[in-house]
Design a protein around this ligand. Structure first.
Ligand code: SAH
Length: 495
């Protein structure tokens, strides 16, 4: 059959691609259909034909999949942030598990049996909404000249007005509405990308889930915010806000934040607290996070069991889903198998979150991170938590590690890596192999690059012992993974 643009097709969706798109086949010809989910029988219109495959637009769901659910968000299709909100949460977890397995088999070249043996059940959330502790909202003007804030429509810079995103915390809505009211009443205009005119570019909101502390940072295309005192007065009334600042970004760029932050009111950081979870808590969220209303002082955090407190500034990197992050780090620490005598290297350590968790159970932890401010944060976080057995280096893992290995012959019992999506650099992996730690704990946010790196590590003396996906971003196609690799010379499951 020769398909062409605008042809109508009826097809059963048999699979879903890495971006959540539905995949169906007719006589070996593949169709990619956005917004169709596995199990749907759909009618679609062909938009673009390629050799052997075509992209089609979903017209009608003829027979809905049993995995389909009615999305709670009205704008989820335009927004594109939640690619798989139309799947039941159980089906989302199954999709993510399949995605990890597929990548390990196709890209990593592992046998499915071997992966099935090592793989532990994906860690989901009991309540997969309102989990994000950070959100950045662009501000603009709609067709009717109204000031709006919300999200960019998938792959564009058109703003979809929405102050009530279901992934963010509930307080975001009142804060955004308050800022829009202040803008309207005082004639403070949004920044317009095309002209470079206007003042308010983005609104950055962060919340410490364990403390209830909220930070508001307004990113502006000016040196000062006109009528700032009026805004501060309005925001002060909202429960939880402890920090109000502006960030100056006068560049014509897609980069959201500029360098300079000026505090308008309150503290320059908010505090959050992360606790270790035991095995039982990892499956179900039985342990409630400290309620917002119970606000603790710094001293109280320190006496709160084995939890660690962090100071978060507008610029600092901090995992966006603290409930799942606790589980992720707890698995990473468990996989590291620490007894108190180990030397641990934590590469791509950010503000030292994993390092500090590990330091409580290791002899010494060395962190490596490219961003200098993150390392300064890591050092301060160590001090804040009375942790003295953690040392942090600024620099690229692929430069710092080989350099220290060549000059000082550094040693590790355990190496943990948590790289960005592009995975680990070759030089970094090659040095890890030379250092030959007993165990490697790989925390990954992209299972395709994870598969590539595991292939390398496993052809150079390592073996996958355990593997566990963690759902840090419900309703999106992203999935985190923790993998334990053992050196074949001391692996339990030696093959
Ligand atoms: N482990 C931390 C951060 C993980 S995000 C946490 O869980 O919070 C990945 C981190 O790697 C980021 O902080 C990023 O700045 C850092 N990074 C990116 N490329 C790097 C490189 N080549 N060498 C060292 N760090 C790098």
């Amino acid at each position: 059959m020769n398909y062409k643009k605008d042809d109508l097709i009826t097809v059963l969706i048999e699979d879903m691609g890495t971006d959540g798109e539905g995949i169906g086949k007719i006589d070996g010809f593949t169709f990619f259909i956005k917004d169709a989910v596995i199990g749907d029988q759909v009618q679609a219109k062909i938009m673009k034909v390629k050799k052997g495959y075509a992209y089609a637009k979903l017209l009608h769901i003829l027979v809905p999949s049993s995995d389909r659910t009615t999305p709670l968000c009205n704008v989820h299709r335009q927004c594109g942030g939640c690619q798989i909100q139309a799947l039941t949460y159980t089906a989302q977890l199954a999709f993510k598990t399949r995605k990890v397995k597929n990548n390990l088999v196709r890209i990593g070249g592992f046998l499915l049996d071997q992966i099935n043996q090592a793989m532990e059940p994906i860690v989901g959330m009991q309540s997969p909404y309102h989990y994000r502790n950070k959100a950045q909202f662009p501000v603009g003007i709609d067709k009717n000249g109204q000031f709006v804030t919300g999200f960019y429509a998938g792959r564009t810079h058109d703003i979809i007005a929405n102050t009530d995103c279901l992934l963010g915390v509930k307080e975001n809505q009142i804060i955004l509405e308050t800022i829009l009211t202040y803008m309207r009443e005082n004639g403070i205009s949004p920044y317009i990308e095309q002209t470079g005119q206007g003042i308010i570019r983005h609104i950055l909101l962060k919340k410490g889930f364990a403390t209830g502390e909220i930070m508001v940072c307004i990113i502006i295309n000016a040196d000062t915010l006109p009528q700032a005192d009026k805004l501060v007065k309005l925001l002060q009334k909202i429960d939880g806000i402890v920090s109000i600042s502006i960030n100056i970004n006068k560049q014509k760029t897609n980069v959201i934040m500029g360098e300079k932050v000026c505090l308008l009111w309150g503290k320059d950081t908010i505090t959050d607290l992360l606790s270790m979870r035991n095995d039982k808590d990892i499956h179900v969220d039985k342990v409630p996070l400290i309620q917002d209303s119970i606000k603790k002082s710094n001293e109280e955090y320190l006496s709160y069991g084995d939890s660690i407190c962090f100071a978060i500034s507008p610029h600092s990197f901090y995992q966006v889903n603290p409930i799942q992050t606790e589980k992720l780090y707890s698995i990473a620490v468990d996989y590291a198998g620490l007894t108190g005598t180990e030397t641990v290297w934590d590469l791509y350590c950010g503000i030292g979150t994993i390092s500090l968790f590990m330091s409580r159970k290791a002899k010494h932890v060395y962190g490596v991170e490219r961003v200098e401010q993150a390392v300064l944060d890591a050092q301060q976080n160590a001090a804040r938590n009375n942790i003295h057995n953690a040392t942090f280096y600024v620099g690229k893992a692929e430069e710092i590690l080989p350099d220290l290995y060549d000059r000082e012959g550094i040693y590790a019992d355990v190496i943990c890596v948590d790289p960005p999506r592009k995975g680990c650099d070759d030089q970094c992996l090659a040095t890890i192999i030379k250092m030959a730690p007993k165990r490697i704990v790989y925390v990954s946010c992209d299972s395709a690059t994870l598969a590539r790196d595991l292939k390398y590590l496993c052809t150079n003396g390592y073996h996958i012992d355990r593997l566990r996906p963690v759902d840090l971003f419900p309703h999106t196609v992203h999935v985190e993974c923790v993998v334990l690799l053992s050196h074949k010379s001391n692996s339990v499951i030696n093959t």
